[in-house]
Write a protein that binds this ligand. Structure first.
Ligand code: NDP
Length: 626
């Protein structure tokens, strides 16, 4: 556990979390004044180029930031073969697809991944303090199947990666995997009814079923700050932590940072986890903050040994469902997870509506609920950070629903250390020099720059996220097909791309879940069951019918409600398309509108599979009626 301060009083935390947020009218709530304050803060950040991303493909200097620091690349001969399934990506979604395919009887599966091992985001993100802020009992997949109970309420990254390794081992997914391998192009070969997959290691692999599980946080984001390339010290991104340079490990002190000055850029979910370990070891840390995060209670604790004894069969699915129901604003008897997601996140997205309330009153009440939650966060900062000026700058001034919330107990107290300086830069960092970073004309000299600047957003089109060219029937390219937004059946199958599965993800016509694993479980089970059925019925090729794709896409478009006013007033972030919610494409919406209705979606997929008729698909091969 990374140290970094005394932590926060757990009794106060409980009060913070359970604060009576509804039903009281807060005298401090002056809607006009708070709106004006939020807009003024937004405007400081709405600067041209704020969301610019460095194109790592186009620039060799910056492409080096992608290099794998964890596993040496070994030479190997190109692989030329034919398998039943190729899966691109060995993160949670890819592994779950693989596990379910194995269960369906598929023997020959080749996973292809640019990383040196399995884990996806948990392979790459090995920065100090890395952990998941979604409860581990619902986040780590297949716990019941593997008979595993995580050691803590919120697991560290190495435990999560270890568990994903265990899944890969249990389902024998590693022996045929090709690591440190990037797909360059995949093309449907009509004459052979196969996908042909070419890689950057000279491999040419054909397969019957092609599965894209590239993930949503797979494209590392380096910002565009003038002069970055001139910096003469060491610099890296948190998704490629260089322990050779810093010393230590995810949980051990970074001993080689003694005597060194470090700049940490960013204050998102990643940065807040790695600041305390940096501050423990470095001589000085400058934390460059563009927008403060709303940092709620994490309340981590070791798993109570009694917990395991309470678990009944199917407990993990029930627990995931309980969490998701609360997030969707559905009534439940008990809040099993009982954390900031189920308290604050769920509440701002589904504020209670009293009988007889007009829409206007309801909107105002929603605004007040949000304000009270944000006030609790701001108060937490004031109660924790001793220097009032620093505390003021750390207070988030926007609506809670404007940005992905964060949860941590050691980040805020770090600012009480004499070796930590907060550098406020709402408009971004002015420039980087050979020796440091410049904000408001002042240079901060450092030895190391850590970019905790995140990933290309979920709104990045699928064709870019898969990072290879995908060519289907009649030469149709995915990028062209999705030029005006997604067109799919179920958010997973695409016309003109036969025998292709795309794991469900945001902006792809499926649904969004706060616990990503739950969506990956659904996608993995769908792929396993569907391929099982296709094999049973000797189907060689399936293709989505034009009518089915049109109907699904129409349903998505009809349910799409422009996030409009509330989001436009938000501080720019990934959630509101960096200040331009109006550019969100209706076709990239979710099933049921908004973030989507997970339960209706799962029910629909189950019924479709149960019917076993492949309605909406054109199938060829010796298919028989089940
Ligand atoms: P984020 O995109 O959330 O944060 C990036 C940070 O870098 C922000 O503070 C951002 O500022 C700042 N930044 C970006 N560009 C610049 C720039 N040019 N100048 C100055 N600052 C800049 O990335 P994270 O890696 O923190 O998180 C990404 C996602 O990963 C999370 O949303 C979450 O889904 C996942 N994650 C989950 C964790 C978990 O515990 N479950 C832990 C870590 C990550 P600004 O806010 O102004 O844009």
């Amino acid at each position: 556990m990374p140290a970094g301060g005394p932590g926060i009083d757990p009794v106060a935390d409980e009060a913070f979390k359970k604060a009576e947020l509804v039903g009281h009218h807060n005298e401090d709530f002056d809607a006009q004044a708070i709106r004006a304050k939020y807009l003024a803060e937004r405007d400081k950040r709405l600067v041209a180029g704020r969301a610019d991303i460095r194109d790592l493909d186009a620039d060799a200097t910056f492409a080096a930031y992608r290099k794998d620091p964890f596993t040496p690349v070994t030479e190997r001969e190109p692989v030329i073969d034919d398998v039943e399934v190729v899966i691109v990506g060995s993160g949670i979604a890819g592994l779950l697809a693989g596990a379910n395919l194995k269960k369906a009887g598929v023997e020959k599966i080749r996973i292809i991944d640019k990383a040196g091992g399995v884990g996806g985001t948990w392979y790459w993100n090995q920065y100090p303090g890395v952990m998941c802020d979604v409860e581990s009992y619902i986040y780590l997949p297949m716990l019941e199947e593997l008979g595993y109970v995580p050691s803590r309420r919120y697991a560290f990254g190495d435990e999560i990666r270890g568990h994903l390794e265990a899944i890969a081992t249990r389902f024998d997914l590693k022996a045929d995997a090709l690591f440190h391998t990037g797909v360059l192009r995949a093309e449907w070969m009509e004459d052979r009814a196969r996908w042909q997959v070419s890689t950057d290691r000279g491999d040419v692999i054909s397969c019957r079923w092609y599965i894209l599980a590239a993930g949503i946080l797979n494209l590392m984001k380096l910002p565009v700050i003038p002069g970055m390339e001139t910096f003469e010290g060491r610099s890296f991104h948190t998704a490629r932590w260089d322990y050779d340079y810093t010393g230590g490990s995810v949980t051990e002190p970074l001993v080689k940072l003694a005597g060194k000055a470090v700049a940490l850029i960013g204050t998102g979910a990643t940065a807040i986890q790695c600041l305390a370990p940096l501050a423990e070891s470095a001589e000085h840390v400058y934390a460059f903050q563009r927008t403060p995060s709303a940092i709620g209670v994490r309340g981590n604790r070791p798993t109570d040994p009694a917990f395991e004894r309470t678990l009944k069969p199917n407990w993990q699915r029930d627990r995931m469902d309980n969490f998701q129901a609360i997030i969707q604003g559905l009534p439940v008897d008990t809040d099993l997870v009982d954390d900031g997601w189920t308290h604050h996140y769920a509440l701002v997205h589904h504020p209670p509506r009293e009988e007889g309330m007009t829409i206007k009153d309801y909107m105002r009440s929603a605004e007040e609920v949000d304000f009270r939650i944000m006030e609790a966060h701001r108060q937490r900062v004031a109660d924790t950070v001793l220097d009032p000026a620093t505390a003021e700058v750390l207070k988030p001034q926007y609506r809670y629903l404007c940005k992905r919330p964060c949860f941590h107990d050691e980040f805020l107290p770090v600012f009480n250390r004499p070796n930590v300086t907060l550098v406020d830069c709402p408009a971004g960092i002015e420039r980087i020099t050979p020796h440091g970073l410049v904000v408001d004309g002042k240079e901060y000299p450092v030895d190391l720059i850590v970019y905790a600047t995140g990933f290309e957003p979920e709104l990045t089109p699928l064709s870019r996220r898969i990072h290879h060219q995908l060519v289907g029937r009649h030469g149709v390219d995915l990028q062209t097909k999705f030029a005006d937004g997604a067109q799919t059946l179920f958010g997973m199958l695409i016309r003109d791309f036969p025998n292709l599965f795309v794991m469900p993800a945001p902006i792809q016509q499926s649904v969004v879940t706060a616990n990503y694993t739950q969506l990956a479980v659904l996608g993995g089970e769908f792929v396993g069951r569907m391929v099982g059925l296709l094999r049973q019925q000797d189907v060689e090729v399936f293709e989505v019918s034009a009518a089915a794709e049109e109907a699904w896409t129409k349903q998505i478009v009809d349910a799409f409600v422009s996030p409009g006013g509330v989001m436009a007033a938000c501080t720019p972030s990934r959630v509101n398309n960096e200040g331009h919610p109006e550019d969100m494409k209706p076709r990239n919406g979710n099933f049921g509108g908004g973030f989507g209705d997970f339960f209706a979606y799962r029910e629909l997929l189950d019924q479709w599979l149960d019917a076993g008729m492949f309605e909406g698909l054109e199938v060829t091969g010796p298919a028989t009626t089940p």
